[in-house]
Design a protein around this ligand. Structure first.
Ligand SMILES: [Zn+2]
Length: 242
């Protein structure tokens, strides 16, 4: 009980007392990773700062958790994985949970999942695509998507009134940038940057099925994970998606 009270006080301090009235209960998160992140110690420190209780599953065991009898225990799926492929059965389960309204937060490299498979539905789900080869935009050929580590980016808040950006001010971050990526014009912009090593948007919301989806492409390593604004955006994204 003491732990729960401590948690509530923490949420109150982080999000203001308004959020304590109804949404103070921690979000039940299913975290999916694939072993790509080597800095587990600092990632755990980040996870412990979020308003969540979570179970963590790694590929290849992750897709079994999308089955109805398992996924019912979670409010939000947090993807921090980048598998090259997705089996047909998992595609159907993935779409099914979104039809049923499961919240989804797509963090950093999870934006680029399924690079060896053609699964156009994932582009519609996350609101864009990391292209492994050249691609066409309005009839003009675009270069393949690329990335660069340790980019200093000035991040601008695009929607000051959204629950995910509440209390967030423009901030600087050192992080990996993804650029020459495709972002669908139908997404709702949250955070932008004019860095040449990043796409113009680094955070947006999207809708698919009956689900609230947030794609947040920052978060490569502890330089981002320790940034207070990064933590705030990620926390509020998970709370909004629930
Ligand atoms: Zn990365």
């Amino acid at each position: 009980m003491r732990k729960l009270i401590g948690f509530c006080i923490y949420v109150c301090l982080l999000f203001g007392f308004q959020s304590c009235n109804n949404n103070a209960a921690p979000v039940r998160v299913l975290l999916i990773t694939d072993g790509r992140n080597q800095d587990k110690e600092n990632f755990d420190i980040l996870l412990n700062k979020l308003p969540i209780v979570y179970d963590h599953v790694e590929h290849p065991n992750a897709y079994a958790m999308l089955k109805a009898d398992k996924i019912k225990n979670y409010d939000v799926v947090l993807l921090y994985d980048m598998p090259a492929r997705i089996p047909e059965e998992a595609r159907q389960d993935f779409i099914m949970i979104l039809e049923k309204g499961k919240g989804l937060v797509v963090l950093h490299h999870a934006f680029g999942s399924f690079g060896n498979d053609s699964w156009p539905e994932y582009t519609k789900i996350v609101g864009g695509k990391y292209h492994r080869s050249s691609w066409m935009k309005n009839g003009v050929e675009q270069p393949p998507s690329s990335y660069r580590y340790d980019v200093t980016m000035l991040i601008r808040v695009e929607d000051l009134n959204h629950p995910i950006t509440r209390g967030v001010t423009d901030f600087e971050i050192i992080d990996e940038g993804y650029y020459d990526t495709e972002i669908l014009p139908t997404v709702h912009p949250l955070l932008s940057t004019d860095s040449k090593y990043s796409a113009p948007l680094v955070a947006w919301t999207n809708e698919y099925g009956n689900s609230r989806i947030v794609t947040f492409t920052l978060g490569h390593d502890k330089q981002a994970w320790e940034n207070p604004m990064f933590i705030k955006v990620l926390s509020q994204a998970i709370m909004w998606a629930r």
